[in-house]
Design a protein around this ligand. Sequence first.
Ligand code: E4P
Length: 215
Amino acid sequence: MKFFIDTANLAQIKEAQDLGVLDGVTTNPTLMAKEGIKGKENIINHYRAICDIVDGDVSAEVISTDFNGMVKEGEELAALHPQIVVKVPMIKEGVKAIRYFSGKGIRTNCTLVFSAGQALLAAKAGASYVSPFIGRLDDVSVDGMELISDIRLIYDNYGFETEILAASIRHPMHIIQSAKLGADVATCPLSAITALLNHPLTDKGLAQFLADAAK
Ligand code: E4P
């Protein structure tokens, strides 16, 4: 399974990259705003800075909601860097835009996916990635993991090549469960990735080994 980091924070992206397990980055307008990145030029420069840190795919989201606007924005974003994947919301105009981008060889990440039907549409339109938001489903008492399992089954039934990018991950168990269910990618906050490191028996065992080595 690939690990993406879900942030626009350059220090966190660098830390995950330095850990040696990072395959890409996802951003969204909320994450960009959180870093105080405003204005077209600053946004473009920030995407370039992210691409300079990581080797893998970097999702950059359009903010238009009409077909023509999404196409214009998406083409500009895709032209920035070969690592850019255009993130498009799961709405009717978004599905049309994904089909258009697919025909032009521009890679897409269909975002804000909350049902298997939406994931099926995204794959049929030719999305490179589909982003089911598992944490936000859990927040409203719907099992996000069941959605990952349903999408995996549907994509495997028909051989869709769209990669399942488990998004809105809140904690390390979301990563483990996504991996067990066959999600292709998990995009996670840095805290969820580093939480995978921890086990009290590792700490206890290491303390014992170091104590014995000092004898
Ligand atoms: C990733 O592509 C999504 O934008 C992100 O995972 C959403 O996460 P949130 O529900 O924590 O905002």
